[in-house]
Structures are given as structure tokens and as C-alpha cells.
Design a protein around this ligand. Sequence first.
Ligand code: BTN
Length: 265
Amino acid sequence: MSRDAGVILRILDNDRLRVETLQEVTSTNGFLLSRGAAGEAEGLILTADRQTAGRGRSGRSFYSPDVAGIYTSLLLRPKLTMEQIEKLTPLAAVAVCEVLEEIAGCRLQIKWVNDVYRDGRKICGILAQASPTFTNGIPDYVVMGIGINLFPPQGDFPQEIRDVAGSLWDGPVSDPLIREKIIGRLWKRFYELYQDPDDTSFVETYRAHMMLLGEEVIAYDGADGSERVARLTGLTDDYALLLQFEGESAPAEVRTGEIRIRRRL
Ligand code: BTN
């Protein structure tokens, strides 16, 4: 076991969670999906110093340079309903906010459903990927992946994300074990939330961190590619957006797609 994995394991303090560390991997999610297909039990955490093909939502990539960030995934075999599995992404966002705010002493916000922002810039993305195989309508395994920009990367972010991307800290921090501490506390907290995904107190924490509440947003419908302006009026207890579209009498519950900021931050 590497020294890094030992530190993380001690923080996790849970027999069901195991840790592997790699210097480089194509994608921590991709690696654990393969391990899941090969029969690996629930609870394997993988962290890598860098990813050569980090994956984001909707087929996008996730910029994952060495030193500047955390790239980590957890393999689950959920004994949950599909509705509960869909809550795992927002629950991971709640865990990220709780842990990073405490460690860094800053205020974070969540842009539905899975992006975490600091001062109007995205510092963290979350990607849940299900197995291609299902039993009784439930995926056999699910991989939760979290990517965090800890520090500004050398030479700045690539041009295409420079306007949006930010980092948790503006420069280096002195604690040499800061990564391990964040990874350990993050998965420890997430694994606690995962034990009771229906707990509505987690929804309250999510609401308290939600960006753009009450504001006009652009709602993008992933199914047909259409975009409409709406007012973001709230969040249901199962983490669906409440969007008031012009000319409609009541807010619509929206569970797929994305919202974009209409105003400039
Ligand atoms: C997004 O912002 O669209 C989601 C980004 C998720 C990135 C993390 S980094 C660790 C894990 N492995 C991946 O390939 N992606 C996730």
C-alpha cells in the first residue's frame, strides 16, 4: 500500500472502503467501470495524480493535469431503487461542499445538478456512470467520479474553459497531505450520505448551496437540444428543478438537461 493510500484509509475508517492510487490513468471512472465488470466488490476507491482522458458529463472531457487537482472515483453496488440511485450525484455535490468549505474556509455553490462553483467559477465536477448490465432494472454497479481543481494549473486553464474554470485555492497550500485529507473526508462523508439517500436534510443542504435560485436561466433540454428561458423557482425533494416557463401556470419539474446562467456573474 502506498503512503497516500494509508493516510486516506485511516481517515475513511471503514472496513468496506479500500483505496488504490495511481500516478496516471486514462480515467478513474473508466478504470473502476472495468473493475466493476470484472467483479470487484463495492467500496474500491481509486485516485490518480493525473488523467489522460478524464471524462465529463454529456461526452465532454475533464481537464486533469498533474499537481493541480484531485481525480478520484468510488465503485458502488447499490441496493437501492433507481430513484435513489439518481440522488447519488446531488449527494456527492453536498459532500463536496460540506468538506471543501470546512477545509478551505470558503463558501461554495452548486449549479444543478453536479457542478460546484467558487466565486462564480467551476472548481469541481461530478460524474456518475452506471454499468451496462442491469439486474431487475437496477445497474449492477455504479461508479461515482469527482474531479476538483485545487490550484490554478501551470500556465492557466486551456482557452476553451478559461472563462469558467476556477480552483479551490488561488495558490499552493503548505499541508503536504492536503489531497489525501480531502479525498478521505470526501468519500467518508459521501458514504454516510449514501446510507440514506432519502434523508431530506441533505436536500436542505443542497438548496442552501444552490446557485441561481430565483433567477432567469437558460434551460437546455438534452433530449431535443432545445433551449428556453425560465425562472428557477426551487428544487423538489428528489432534486428535480422547478422551472417557471413563460406563459405556463405552474413551475415544471425538470430532471434532465442542464441550466445555464443567463446573467453575467
Ligand atoms: C463534469 O464536470 O462534467 C464532470 C467531471 C467529472 C470528472 C471526474 S475526475 C474523476 C472521475 N474520472 C473521470 O474520468 N471523470 C470523473
